[in-house]
Design a protein around this ligand. Structure first.
Ligand SMILES: Nc1ncnc2c1ncn2[C@@H]1O[C@H](COP(=O)(O)OP(=O)(O)OP(=O)(O)O)[C@@H](O)[C@H]1O
Ligand SMILES: [Mg+2]
Length: 366
């Protein structure tokens, strides 16, 4: 086993690769460890390999290379129904001809549980998702959100140690989605269930997870707690994918311990926090969050970089102002300013000076 997987994770992907056609790897070299009780989210754009990873863990696909371990044991040769995993998918397939209670009872019958025990467990699971009054209805007599709650109860009813969820809230409207996000995390944590959750919604990932694995092109680009992903992206893909981000391109001209100096393509020289920068002369993408940039003179802190900028757009958004600027040749530089009485209102064409702290700006992808 490789060092990255050499810990006691409950779910471990060890150098896992997957190809459907024997040629192209859609999962390239996956090393991932999920602790018991952890809520881990796989987040990434369409086609990045998230569902494929879940399918391999569930046992509906096999890895082309590498091992998947559950509780320390390889599961490559255990069939899906013997893995004891609960599952919820986007197109939750409740059995239409069964009542809600029968739907929930089904996984217990499969496990040869007696009638009275089954009934008690079904009741408990339905109560848990506040659907106790609906046991006698059929799925078609429930709203989308109620069906989704039943699907969740069905995945949990046999008290699995591990639950897999693939975009389970994709079909729901925003309000219901937010309510369900809260309910799912609350349930998972209170029952001590290990959860692997797939989404391409970054807000969902940030608000629900203990850790998030950001996928792109069959690889994990970064695996970190939500705040670290936002505050400390390790490359420009993650910086762009999570939240809004400004990028200025340039060349590294000097590297010190915790800073490096970058000559931007527009000629300006700034210093930045180097992330995996090792060579002078390398091209880099400098990344700065919109809310870390100030333009009101008395708010620009001591030690900040200042650059000239031209205002292209100034938009009132209620709680914030969103300003689009031309900075060092980049027309898409955005800053966000919290609405307060002392904020200077800007107009297109206005020349201003903006500033940010070197510690808020990261030199990536060198
Ligand atoms: N059964 C299959 N046969 C062949 N190729 C497949 C199969 N399933 C997925 N793929 C390919 O593997 C790649 C990864 O697909 P996957 O479904 O894992 O992506 P995803 O990250 O879940 O995307 P989405 O967010 O759209 O659900 C894609 O290029 C897809 O076309
Ligand atoms: Mg998918």
């Amino acid at each position: 086993m490789t060092d990255t997987a050499a810990n006691d994770g409950f779910v471990v992907f060890d150098r896992v690769q997957k190809s459907y056609d024997g040629e192209n790897l859609v999962v390239k070299d996956l090393n991932l460890s999920v602790a018991r009780g952890e809520f881990l989210t796989m987040l990434g754009p369409s086609g990045s390999g998230k569902t494929t990873c879940l399918m391999m863990l569930a046992g509906f696909e096999t890895a082309t290379h590498g091992d998947i371990l559950l509780g320390g044991k390889p599961i490559n040769n255990i069939p899906p129904h013997k893995r004891g995993i609960g599952m919820v998918f986007q197109n939750y397939a409740l059995f239409p001809h069964m009542t809600i209670a029968e739907n929930l009872s089904f996984p217990l019958e499969v496990r040869k549980m007696g009638k009275s025990e089954r009934e008690a467990k079904v009741k408990r699971a339905l109560d848990m998702v506040e659907m106790g009054a609906f046991g006698g209805r059929r799925p078609s007599q429930l709203s989308g959100g109620q069906q989704q709650r039943v699907a969740l109860a069905r995945a949990l009813v046999f008290e699995p140690e591990l639950v897999l969820m693939d975009e389970p809230l994709g079909a729901l409207d925003k309000q219901l989605r937010e309510k369900m996000q809260f309910e799912i995390t609350h349930l998972a944590h209170s029952l001590g269930i290990t959860t692997v959750y797939v989404t391409h919604d970054q807000t969902e990932a940030l608000t629900m997870s203990d850790n998030v694995a950001v996928f792109d092109d069959g690889r994990i680009q970064q695996l970190a707690p939500p705040a670290d992903l936002y505050e400390k992206p390790q490359n420009s893909f993650v910086a762009q994918f999570i939240g809004e981000n400004n990028t200025l391109e340039g060349v590294v001209t000097e590297i010190k311990d915790d800073t490096c100096i970058v000559r931007l393509d527009g000629g300006e020289v700034i210093d930045a926090t180097p992330i995996n920068v090792s060579n002078v002369g390398d091209r880099t993408k400098v990344s700065i969050r919109p809310e870390r940039v100030e333009y009101n003179k008395d708010r620009i802190q001591e030690g900040a970089h200042t650059l000239k900028a031209e205002v292209l757009e100034f938009i009132y958004m209620g709680d914030i102002f969103r300003t689009r600027l031309r900075v060092a040749g980049n027309d898409e530089f955005v800053i966000k300013t919290r609405n307060a009485p002392d904020v200077d209102r800007l107009v297109p064409g206005q020349q201003i000076e903006i500033g940010w702290l070197p510690s808020d700006c990261r030199a990536l992808d060198a």
